[in-house]
Write a protein that binds this ligand. Sequence first.
Ligand SMILES: C[S@@+](CC[C@H](N)C(=O)[O-])C[C@H]1O[C@@H](n2cnc3c(N)ncnc32)[C@H](O)[C@@H]1O
Length: 232
Amino acid sequence: MPRVMKGAVPSPNIWNTPQVYELENRAVDPDGRADAAMSAVRPRTGATVVDIGCGTGYHLPSMSATAARVIGVEPHDDLVQLARRRCRALPNVEVRVGTAQSLPVPDACVDVAVARWAYFFGPGCEPGLAELSRVMRRGGAAFVIDLDATRGAFGRWFSRSVPAYSARSVEAFWERQGWRSEPLDLRMVFERRADLEAVLRIEFTPAVAEQAIAETTGLEIAYPNVLRWKRF
Ligand SMILES: C[S@@+](CC[C@H](N)C(=O)[O-])C[C@H]1O[C@@H](n2cnc3c(N)ncnc32)[C@H](O)[C@@H]1O
C-alpha cells in the first residue's frame, strides 16, 4: 500500500500508472510554450524554484538547467522515490515529501513556484495559497497550469468525465483571489498511436476515452490549458 500524506488529492492517472503518465509528459508541449509563458512573467535564471506536486519529477531537470536551486514537493511516497531517482545526478535538485497546504520550505525563500496539472489548486485551496504567501520572496511569482475545460475537444471530454467540475466556479475563485490568467494553447504529440490511446485511457472514463480515441486521428491532440499567476 503506497504511503500518501494526509491532504493529498487523489491523482489516479499518475498514482496508478506513472509509466503512462510519463508518456503523457513526454508528449505535452513540444513547443515549450508553458515554460516560455512563465519565463516572460518571471525568469527562472538563478532562482530558487519550487515544483509543487512534482509527481515523478519530470519537470525538475529542465528547471534545474537555469535555476540556482530546485525543490520538488510531492505527497505520494512512491512518486517521491521516482523523482529522487530521476534527479540523483543533479546537485541543485532535491525532492521533499509534503503538500501544498504545508510546504516543507522556510519563509520567504522561493522566487518561482509552479504547480502543473495540480487538482489541489482550485476552489478550497486557501491553505495552499496562504503557504505560497509565506514562502514566496518579494519579486517572485507563483504559477498554476491547468486544463481549460471550457475549450476544445479535450475540454469537452474532461467535462463529460468529471460532470461535477464547474469551470465557471474555478474561474470565479481565481478572480476573487486576484490571480491573473491567460490561455495557454498546448498540444500533445505522440510517437506511437498506442501511447496516445493509453494516455486518453488514463485521463478519461472508459466510455469517454473510447469516444476521444475515435474522434482523434493521427498522433496529435490539441490541449487547451490556462496559465494562472500571481506576483509577490
Ligand atoms: C496530475 S499530477 C501532476 C504531476 C506533475 N506536476 C507533472 O506535471 O508531471 C498531480 C500531482 O499532485 C500531487 N498532489 C496531490 N495532492 C497534492 C497536494 N495537496 N499538495 C501537493 N501535491 C499534491 C499528486 O500526488 C500528483 O503527483
